[in-house]
Design a protein around this ligand. Structure first.
Ligand code: ATP
Ligand code: MG
Length: 455
C-alpha cells in the first residue's frame, strides 16, 4: 500500500524517533481508516522506545496510560498516542490488564491485538505496511475477525466481544462467524470487565451511524442479557393498538433515528431507554388492550440504574433520566397558557428542544415511517408564544426575592422556600400578579397561615 497518505506531522515526528535510533509505526484505527480511504481520527503509534525515552524525546509528553506503556505526545497542535511494543499481559482480576510487559518487536506486538483489521502497522515514514494476519483483505471484505482463535482472544480480555459489536456498528462491518460464535462462551469473562471500560464502548456504539447493529448482535450473543437485561427483556413485549413493533425493536428504531438525525449523546441514550419500563408496567385492560400506565416513571428509574451501573457522570444521568421521565406529554390546543407555562417550568427551557427531539424519535419508531416534526409545530409555536410574553418561569423572574421577604419580616429557612415556590405557582397561573406589592401581600398572608396558632 504505497499510496497511503501519511500526514506530514507524522513524518516529522517519525524523524525524531529515528534520530534516536528508534522504530515507530502507525497502528490501530488510524491505519484501518487510511486503508479504507478515510481520514484517520486519531493517531496511535507503536515504538520500541520505552515511555521514559519518549518523554526525553519531546518537550510535551503526558503519562496518559503509563501503566499500559502509553504516553501522549503533544506535537505541533496534534496528539500522538505512543505505546511501547507490548505483549499480551494477563488479566488476573478479569478487569484490568496486569503490569505491562514489553514485546521484542512489532510482530509480537501485532499478535496481541484484537482483530485482524486492527493488527496492521505502517512503518513511518514511508512503509512498508506490515499485515501478518490478513487484516487488509478483511478490511476490503468488511469483516471483523479475531487474530487467532476467538475463544482464546475473548478469554484474555472480556471487553473484546463488546469491541467487536461496537466496530460492527461503527464501521458497518460483519462479524465473521467463528468470531461471533466465540462470544457466548466468553460472557463469564465479560461479566468481570470494569464498568468504565464498557461505558466507553457503549458511548461509541451510541455515537455510531446505526447503533441497532451492535445491540442486535448483543442480543444474538447474550451480551444484551448480560449488560443491559432491562433492554433485553423488552423483546416480545408486543404493544398492538398503537405500535407495529415490540418494545425492543421500537427502542432500537428510536435510537437509530436519533443517531441519523445527528442528535446528542444524551438524546440517543434517552431514545434507547425511554420505554424500558414497559415490561414491568404492562397490564391488559377489560377490552383486551395492553396498557403501560406510568411506564415513563419506571423507565426513568431503570435508566438511572443502568447509567449509574456504568458510572456515567451525574450530569449525563440527570439529563437522560429527566428526558425519559418527561417523554409522555400530550399537548392539545385546549391547553391554557398556564398549562403551557407549567410544562415549560417542569421540563426546563433548555431541555425542551431535546425533549421534542426525543418525541420525534419516539413517533418515528412507533410507525417506522417518518412522522416529520410537523405534528409538534403547533406546540412549538405555542411554547414560543408563551415564552415571548416574558412572564415568570423561575424564581429568578419573580418580582420579589428572598431578601424582599426578609425585609417585611419573614425569616429565612425552609418555610421561606415554600412560600417562594407558592408565589411562583401563583404567578404562573396569573402573570398579572407578578408585581412586588401584590406578591409581598400574598407572602405575608401565606406566612400567617403557616405560623402555628400557639406562637
Ligand atoms: P477507535 O480509536 O476508533 O476506537 P481503535 O482501533 O484505534 O479504534 P483503540 O481503542 O484506540 O481502538 O485502540 C488502538 C488499537 O489498540 C486497536 O486498533 C487495537 O489494535 C489495540 N487494542 C485496543 N484495545 C484492545 C483490546 N482490548 N485488546 C486487544 N487489542 C486492543
Ligand atoms: Mg484509536
Amino acid at each position: 500500500m504505497g499510496n497511503l497518505f501519511i500526514h506530514p506531522i507524522l513524518k516529522e515526528a517519525a524523524a525524531v524517533f529515528r534520530g534516536r535510533g528508534k522504530k515507530v509505526y502507525l497502528v490501530g484505527g488510524a491505519v484501518r481508516d487510511l486503508f479504507r480511504g478515510q481520514k484517520a481520527q486519531d493517531w496511535d503509534l507503536a515504538t520500541d522506545a520505552r515511555p521514559e525515552e519518549v518523554v526525553a524525546m519531546f518537550p510535551r509528553v503526558f503519562p496518559t496510560g503509563i501503566k499500559h506503556g502509553t504516553v501522549t505526545v503533544r506535537y505541533k497542535g496534534h496528539s500522538l498516542e505512543v505505546t511501547t511494543f507490548r505483549t499480551e499481559s494477563a488479566y488476573t482480576d478479569g478487569r484490568h490488564p496486569d503490569e505491562v510487559r514489553y514485546a521484542a518487536d512489532i510482530e509480537e506486538d501485532l499478535s496481541r491485538r484484537d482483530f485482524t483489521m486492527n493488527a496492521l502497522a505502517f512503518a513511518l515514514p514511508q512503509g512498508p505496511l506490515l499485515d501478518p494476519f490478513g487484516g487488509g483483505e478483511d478490511i476490503k471484505k468488511r469483516i471483523i475477525r479475531c487474530v487467532g482463535p476467538g475463544e482464546e482472544r475473548f478469554g484474555e480480555d472480556g471487553l473484546r466481544p463488546i469491541r467487536a459489536v461496537r466496530f460492527a456498528a461503527q464501521l458497518g462491518f460483519t462479524v465473521e462467524d467463528s468470531t461471533l460464535a466465540a462470544i457466548p462462551g466468553a460472557l463469564g469473562i465479560t461479566a468481570r470487565v470494569a464498568p468504565e471500560r464498557i461505558r466507553e464502548e457503549l458511548d461509541k456504539i451510541i455515537a455510531a451511524g446505526k447503533p441497532s447493529t451492535a445491540f442486535l448482535l448483543m442480543e444474538k450473543t447474550g451480551l444484551l442479557e448480560l449488560l443491559l437485561p432491562e433492554l433485553g427483556c423488552c423483546r416480545g413485549i408486543e404493544q398492538k393498538g398503537f405500535h407495529r413493533f415490540d418494545v425492543l425493536d421500537h427502542s432500537l428504531l428510536a435510537c437509530d433515528y436519533s443517531a441519523r438525525e445527528g442528535a446528542s449523546k444524551n438524546i440517543r441514550l434517552a431514545s434507547l431507554f425511554h420505554d424500558i419500563g414497559k415490561p414491568l408496567t404492562r397490564n391488559m385492560d377489560a377490552s383486551g388492550i395492553w396498557t403501560f400506565y406510568h411506564h415513563e416513571q419506571e423507565s426513568a428509574r431503570l435508566t438511572r440504574n443502568i447509567l449509574t451501573r456504568f458510572r456515567y457522570p451525574h450530569t449525563v444521568i440527570d439529563e437522560v433520566v429527566h428526558l425519559v421521565s418527561e417523554h409522555m406529554f400530550f399537548y392539545e390546543e385546549t391547553w391554557s397558557d398556564a398549562a403551557v407555562r407549567r410544562f415549560i417550568i417542569r421540563v426546563g427551557e433548555e431541555a425542551i428542544p431535546k425533549l421534542l427531539e426525543l418525541r420525534k424519535a419516539d413517533a418515528y419508531a412507533t410507525a417506522g415511517i417518518e412522522a416529520g416534526g410537523n405534528f409538534l409545530v403547533p406546540f412549538i409555536n405555542r411554547i414560543e408564544g408563551v415564552l415571548a410574553q416574558g412572564r415568570a418561569f423561575s424564581l429568578k423572574n419573580l418580582a420579589v426575592s428572598g431578601r424582599d421577604l426578609q425585609d417585611v419580616g419573614l425569616e429565612p429557612g425552609p418555610r421561606m422556600g415554600i412560600i417562594l415556590r407558592e408565589l411562583l405557582e401563583t404567578v404562573v397561573d396569573d402573570p398579572e400578579l407578578n408585581n412586588r406589592e401584590k406578591l409581598l401581600e400574598i407572602a405575608k398572608n401565606l406566612n400567617r397561615r403557616y405560623t402555628p396558632a400557639c406562637n
